[in-house]
Design a protein. Structure first.
Length: 111
C-alpha cells in the first residue's frame, strides 16, 4: 500500500473513531438529567484543563534550571494578580507578557 494512502486511511479511521466516541456520549446522555453533583463538578473542568496546559509551561519541566524558569513563574503570578483585580483578559495578557519580558531582560542583564 502506498504511504500516502496509508496516511489518509489512518486519518479517516481515527477521525471516524473520534467522531463516533463523541457522538455516543451525546446520544446516550441527551435525554438524561445530569446529577447535581456531576453538573457542579463539570463547572471546574475548563479551569482544570487550562491549569494542566499552563503549569508545565510555567514550571519548566524540560530540565531547566530554577533561575531560568523563575521569570515565567513570577510573571504568571503577576498576571494572576492582575486578572483577579481587573477581571480583564487583555489586561491580564498584556501585564503577564510585559512582566515576563522585563524579567527575562533582567535575568539576561544580571547573569
Amino acid at each position: 500500500m502506498d504511504a500516502t494512502l496509508k496516511l489518509w486511511s489512518v486519518i479517516l479511521i481515527v477521525g471516524a473513531l473520534n467522531y463516533g466516541s463523541r457522538l455516543s456520549f451525546i446520544a446516550l446522555f441527551a435525554r438524561r438529567q445530569v446529577p447535581a453533583l456531576l453538573a457542579r463538578a463539570f463547572r471546574y473542568v475548563p479551569a482544570g484543563m487550562l491549569t494542566a496546559l499552563v503549569v508545565p509551561m510555567v514550571v519548566g519541566t524540560s530540565g531547566e534550571a530554577l533561575p531560568v524558569a523563575m521569570p515565567k513563574a513570577v510573571a504568571a503570578l503577576f498576571a494572576g494578580v492582575v486578572a483577579f483585580h481587573t477581571r480583564s483578559t487583555p489586561k491580564t495578557l498584556a501585564a503577564g507578557m510585559l512582566a515576563l519580558w522585563a524579567l527575562q531582560a533582567l535575568v539576561r542583564h544580571i547573569g
